[in-house]
Design a protein around this ligand. Structure first.
Ligand SMILES: [Zn+2]
Length: 289
């Protein structure tokens, strides 16, 4: 399996979920070994690498920062690139928050499928989990175990009639990602909107880019895209944060009621030691369907 990039540039415009600011973003092909690199075109092309060392703030969205320059809400974009096996890309952005689009990864997948993916002349290295690693924090847990493939199992529980307990395990292949995970949208609770907006969050949130839950139902007039869309979006988010590991992984992730803060801490701590994994170049460990 070789490293991959997109065949030609794709462009997106829209507002940021939290800032409500308009932004235009272009994803461009990048050479092998480059990784995912953001460029703030409004700041002399200042570059920010999508790696766990750049993570700054993770309360409601994942923000990357370096030398005072930040890029916010990167998780859905990184999820789509990682889920689709894009190792290398430049992401040009003319503002500080990635457009939320429809609140899922669907637009990215549609655009990438349209232009196509190209294999590059470098073998992809794969981090193989050799020993289980787990983190626990206030009843939230996340772990990764040795496995022959790359999969995520997620379990959530919300005392809400549309959610309740949801649990799903998905093997992350490009096909599964596109069909089972990418369409799942962001969700939030209407009763929290005012409080979040007062803290500078969800100012761009609307029924166009999120499922907004009321006490007993939801404000959106369209139906859910999956009965368990909520847990699927949690898998989308986790994959976006896990993408900050910067390489393909062979292992089975199991998460229970986690969130961005625990996801990113998990990646940082997993990378910090070498007791739980080895890296092998050129092994066809990520299956392509
Ligand atoms: Zn999300």
């Amino acid at each position: 399996m070789r490293e991959q990039t997109i065949a030609s540039p794709v462009e997106f415009s829209g507002i940021g979920l939290h800032t409500g600011e308009a932004a235009t973003m272009r994803i461009l092909p990048a050479p092998a070994g480059k990784g995912i690199v953001f460029r703030r075109v409004d700041l002399d092309n200042f570059e920010l690498r999508a790696d766990v060392g750049s993570v700054e703030r993770v309360a409601y969205a994942t923000t990357l920062m370096n030398r005072g320059v930040w890029i916010s809400t990167v998780e859905h974009l990184l999820s789509a690139l990682y889920g689709f096996g894009i190792d290398n890309a430049f992401v040009e952005l003319d503002n500080f928050e990635v457009p939320i689009l429809d609140g899922s990864g669907l637009k990215y997948i549609e655009a990438i499928q349209k232009v196509g993916i190209v294999a590059q002349d470098v073998e992809r290295s794969v981090m193989r989990i050799t020993k289980s690693f787990a983190l626990e924090e206030n009843g939230k847990t996340i772990a990764i175990h040795p496995s022959e493939s790359f999969s995520i199992e997620y379990e959530i529980g919300f005392p809400h009639p549309l959610i309740g307990d949801q649990k799903l395990e998905v093997e992350i292949t490009p096909m599964n990602y596109a069909n089972l995970i990418a369409p799942a949208r962001t969700f939030g609770f209407y009763e929290e909107v005012e409080k979040l907006q007062a803290s500078g969050l969800v100012r761009g949130g609307s029924l166009e880019n999120a499922i907004v839950l009321t006490e007993k139902g939801m404000l959106n007039e369209t139906s859910l895209r999956f009965p368990d869309e909520f847990v699927r979006h949690k898998i989308l988010d986790l994959l976006g944060d896990f993408a900050l590991i910067g390489q393909a992984v062979q292992g089975r992730i199991v998460a229970n009621r986690a969130g961005h803060a625990l996801h990113t801490r998990f990646v940082a701590e997993l990378l910090a030691g070498t007791d739980h994994w080895t890296v092998a170049a050129g092994e066809a460990s990520i299956k392509v369907s």
